[in-house]
Design a protein around this ligand. Sequence first.
Ligand SMILES: Nc1nc2c(ncn2[C@@H]2O[C@H](COP(=O)(O)OP(=O)(O)OP(=O)(O)O)[C@@H](O)[C@H]2O)c(=O)[nH]1
Length: 782
Amino acid sequence: MRRSLAPYEADEPLAASFRAKQLQAMLRLTPLSMLVNLFNAGFLAYRLADQSAWLWGWLLVLLFFAYQAMAAWYRAQRRSTRQTASRKAMRRAFRHALGLGALWGALPALLLSSVEVQDQQMLITISCGMICAGGFALVTVPAAAIAYVLVMTAGSMVGLLRTSLPGAEILFCLLVAYSLIVVASVQVMAKSYGSRLVAEADAAHKQQIVGLLLRDFEENSSDFLWELAPNGQLGHASSRLNRALQFDPQQDTAFSLVALIARTHLQQPARVPADAGHYLGQLQTALSTPLPFRDLLVPVVIGDALRWWALTAKPVWPGSSGAPGTPISQVTPGWRGVGADVTDRKHAEDAMHRLAHFDALTGLANRRHFQHRLQQLCGHDGSTPGSAALLCIDMDNFKRVNDAYGHANGDLLLKAVAQRMTSTIRGRDLVARLGGDEFAILLDGVTEVDEARCFATRLMQAIEQPCDLSGISFTPHTSMGIAFLPRDGQQPDEILHHADLALYEAKARGRRQAQFFCMAMDEKAQRRIALEDGLRQALAQRAMHLVYQPQISLRTHQITGVEALLRWSSPRFGNVSPAEFIPVAEEAGLIRDIGLWVLETACTAAHQLPAGLLVAVNLSACQFDDELLVDKILEVVARSGLPAERLELEITESVFLKDTEDVLTALHRLRAAGIRIALDDFGVGYSSLAYLRSFPFHKLKIDRSFVMAILQSAESQAIVRSVIDLASALHMETTAEGIETAEQAALLTQLACTTGQGYHFARPLPLEAATAFAATHLAPGA
Ligand SMILES: Nc1nc2c(ncn2[C@@H]2O[C@H](COP(=O)(O)OP(=O)(O)OP(=O)(O)O)[C@@H](O)[C@H]2O)c(=O)[nH]1
């Protein structure tokens, strides 16, 4: 029963605090309800005491009850509000209500049958009023209210039963009905009051937790809370924020948050980033737009250090700001938000950004950054496409610097060159390191060839200054390819590719120069790619063939050997000159396989030639990159069954541009195996006599350019004579290439050149024809 009367369910500590609230609510109405009690009681005593003198005694008892109630009320007023109340206090209130109910119930029970009709009506009215008023005045303590109502109702029912008043039965029924309604109402209201108590306790609990968390947040984290009033002034803020901004709420009333942050910048202007205004502007804009914002960065100077804060906030609409009916768009919000010190994160992000956009060695923009700028210039970000000259720059023979002076010195050189480039460009231009020894420069707005050429010349001069590489002076050289945007390409890849093609051309034309892109380069590049593709297929299908050009002894006119020459007749390109396809094969890395195929084919073919004839085969410098070259050659020769002495390998001086030691070791191994070694194209290129001293070649081949001019040019004749004398002194043979006339042959015979080769004797011939030629040129004097 007691449980069903309780307006809530709660554990004891909570129930104790609820009881306190119930009693306090009841006591708040006590003066009023006691006044009503006293008024009614005094009125009744005055009217009926002449008939029933005991009423004075009844009045005295009621006064005593009223005194008790008012004393309790008075005590509650005097002391601070109690947080808890005991069950005993509730029982006291219950007993008090029960007593009061009994006191009031006694009146109708004892008096109703004995007073006059009009007093009976008054008594019934007062009893009904007191039942209702008492029930509702005690509603916050429902057990007391119900006890009071029921006891008083019971007294009234007894009185009605005892009276002979006409219609007393109806009144009896009405009384019972009203009383039940009051009891039910008390129950409902008490339940609703109980729910409110539970909800309030819940909210208070949550608030307490939030308060604790906030305190913990402010005390223990590096984050902070802040509030701005609608006028932009800093309101409540974490003490950490106030300290950082040196904010004094009394003095700094005229400062907005943005102004307070800007004020910190004045302490250490040197520490403030150049774009601080941009960040403050962003904050100002965000605060003037009533929309939530998140992680807005602002630089703040605290002490003598620059810190970065990330601010997050949402607008708080003032409940009473603006006149009633003011549109929301005209109401200025305040702000409530959090801030976090994200300095470490910002530094990490900056470092990541640097790594992602700049080259670690030189500090220049990297390829990605460069591409991004190029895309902007091409209008990829939606802006109007611009114009520019694009220079692709590659250092000449940089690999040799690394090889000769070490990687660290190579790095020093790259840095020096990067620095020289940076000091040559204008502020709006961009210089980037695309990778390795490759750089690029974007000259913004430059469209004229003359202007670009002028810049390229200036740049080359700036770069070609001696550099100190750990005590060694070295002067770097570069090649450049130049293309114009948008004339030579409107897409980043296209323009970069075209500048690259121009660079390729500059390298091919001997390096240390700048070349401008033209469409012919593109066509050439396309043809190179197609040739490379065709070469792969030809190699796979063995669709190339060899021809053999006889070499004739100038003294005996006998054939001494043949030079195997590679020919490619492509279904798509027709007859392609070796001068065109060999460099392609070298660059595509096909030359190793092609070279070995040529060797194998020539060695096998040699069996058809008269015994004793030499077979000369060309080796590309690129083949020497293969560490197993010598083993492979020896294997091919052994497999073919050709005596090693009949094989002559022709190399050019360019092989010595590679690692000379390795090349010499390879040549010595070949020579030791009995293979002859000839130095081809002697006279062109480097013609370093050091090579002749370092390796005992069997033969020097005099380049055709000297032979062709030998009759007309005294210089050519002098060179040829010197080469022959030199070879003779070093016990080497000589072969003159490109002999086309009998006069040239006669002069070379006179100069004691050993053998000759050229159209005068025979063109390069298919194997059968070469075999037939050999057969007819073996006899002396033939
Ligand atoms: N020291 C140094 N060398 C690098 C770096 N990155 C790439 N390289 C080297 O740079 C060289 C680039 O060589 P290439 O451009 O192919 O050839 P090159 O010798 O300059 O010849 P050309 O360009 O034909 O004149 C390679 O040997 C790379 O190993 C680097 O960061 N530091």
